[in-house]
Each structure stands twice: as C-alpha cells, then as structure tokens.
Design a protein around this ligand. Structure first.
Ligand code: ZN
Length: 160
C-alpha cells in the first residue's frame, strides 16, 4: 500500500469529521469524495442519531455522485473514509461505479475492538470491501490513525 501525502491529508480530514460527528452526538465516521484532479467534491459525517441508521457518509457520497458525476468521473474519483465501508455502503459504491477507496481503520479492527470492550456488535456482517465489491481498489488500514480512531470508537461504543 503506497499512500501519498494527499491521501494522508484527506484521511486526516475524515478523522476530523468523525470527531465532529461524535461531538454532535453521532457515531464517529467521516468521509470525503475527491475528484481525479484532487478537488474535494463532497464530504459528510455520520448522521444516524436522528433514527435513520442508513445515514452513513459513504452512502451519502454514492447518492451525491450518482446525481452529480458522469460514470467516468465517478470511476476516476477516490473515496476516503475514517472507517472501512460497511456492506451497505460497499454495495452502493459498487452500484454507482465509484473508484478507489482509502480507509483509516478496517471493519475487522472495529469488530475486534467492540468485542474487546464487550460492546454490542453491528447487526450487519462486517464484510471487508473486497468481499462485497472485488473490483474496487481498497487500501487500508493506516496504522498512524489507529490510536485516534480507536479512542473515538471507544468513547462512542463503550463509554466509561
Ligand atoms: Zn455504511
């Protein structure tokens, strides 16, 4: 896995969005959609606190991309995210035809931490992106972000 300094900067923004989400009473996940030119097209954070558990930022990115980008522009774009796509968001990513994904922490890591903390597990199987959309290039996790994301997850899912 070779990440550029731009990749790392975009991931840092995703982690900041995750932190924002947690501060707003939501779950700590944040994502960016970046065009082939390097321009950030769209960003969002988790918005499930209102009761709609499908309001994941990766899913919002798919909807935005379907409405605003040509199929070629979607395929050339990269999605950055603080936590690896869930199966729902991976499937939406595949259906919409988006390109590369870079994630800071993996679904496997989150599942392991939830187990370690005795926190409730996700109702959806934690399938890796590669298992849902085998044609998509997915890179991660990135160890530099692990301590910070682990701490945010812990505050959310296993508060002291
Ligand atoms: Zn999701």
């Amino acid at each position: 896995m070779t990440l550029s300094s731009h990749d790392v900067d975009h991931l840092r923004r995703c982690v900041a969005l995750a932190r924002e989400a947690l501060a707003a009473g939501d779950q700590p996940f944040g994502s960016l959609l970046v065009a082939a030119t390097g321009e950030v097209l769209f960003e969002d954070r988790n918005r499930v606190a209102g009761g709609d558990a499908t309001r994941h930022p990766e899913f919002e990115i798919c909807r935005w991309a379907a409405a605003h980008l040509s199929p070629a522009a979607r395929a050339a774009a990269t999605v950055y995210t603080s936590g690896e796509h869930c199966a729902m968001c991976s499937a939406a990513h595949g259906w919409v035809g988006l390109g590369r994904i870079v994630f800071a922490t993996s679904s496997g890591q989150l599942t392991g931490w939830l187990r370690e903390w005795d926190a409730p597990s996700s109702p959806v199987a934690a399938l890796p992106i590669a298992q849902v959309v085998p044609g998509v290039v997915a890179e991660g996790p990135v160890s530099d972000f692990e301590p910070e994301m682990r701490a945010l997850y812990r505050q959310c899912f296993a508060p002291a």
